[in-house]
Design a protein around this ligand. Structure first.
Ligand code: SME
Length: 156
């Protein structure tokens, strides 16, 4: 199966899973479970939600993770500070990377936006070096957009 086919199928599953439900917490919880079940070679998938200048861990699958991350710190905080997705092939080469699990060696982080407002990030970690390609990034960005479109976002 090509990456394109994989993400077309994954994102169709997400749309089915979220259909009829717009609760943000419920939808992010189920989205993290779907990612963890379907994406091969990953060891953590989940969300951090933005509260002021701080990210706090939200629904996820995987080992317990650090609870709070300052904006501008680590891969997640850099995604929020820059407003840009981070595709990190080797986290040991990323200055300030926060190692929640020493087994994780590559990571993709997508900031979640509605208009100009950032709600947090989607974070996926892998124990394999360079696990995520630009196709994975594009597929996960589409995944995040479906999640945002299908949910009532919390008031600021
Ligand atoms: N590695 C992340 C921290 C979150 S964990 O990977 C779940 C970072 O550097 O921001």
């Amino acid at each position: 199966m090509s990456s394109n086919e994989f993400y077309t199928s994954l994102n169709a599953q997400l749309e089915g899973l979220l259909s009829g439900e717009r609760d943000w917490l419920a939808n992010t919880a189920n989205a993290s479970a779907l990612l963890f079940m379907e994406l091969p070679e990953i060891n953590w998938a989940g969300f951090y939600f933005l509260h002021g200048d701080e990210l706090r861990v939200g629904p996820f699958q995987g080992k317990p993770a650090c609870t709070r991350i300052q904006v501008g710190t680590g891969v997640c905080g850099t995604a929020v500070a820059s407003g840009k997705a981070q595709l990190v092939q080797d986290v040991n080469q990323f200055p300030g990377h926060i190692a929640c699990d020493a087994v994780s060696v590559s990571e993709v982080v997508i900031p979640l936006y509605a208009g100009n407002r950032c709600f947090g990030v989607l974070d996926v970690d892998s124990p394999r070096l360079a696990r995520f390609s630009s196709d994975d990034l594009a597929g996960l960005q589409a995944f995040a957009q479906i999640l945002l479109d299908c949910s009532d976002l919390p008031a600021s």
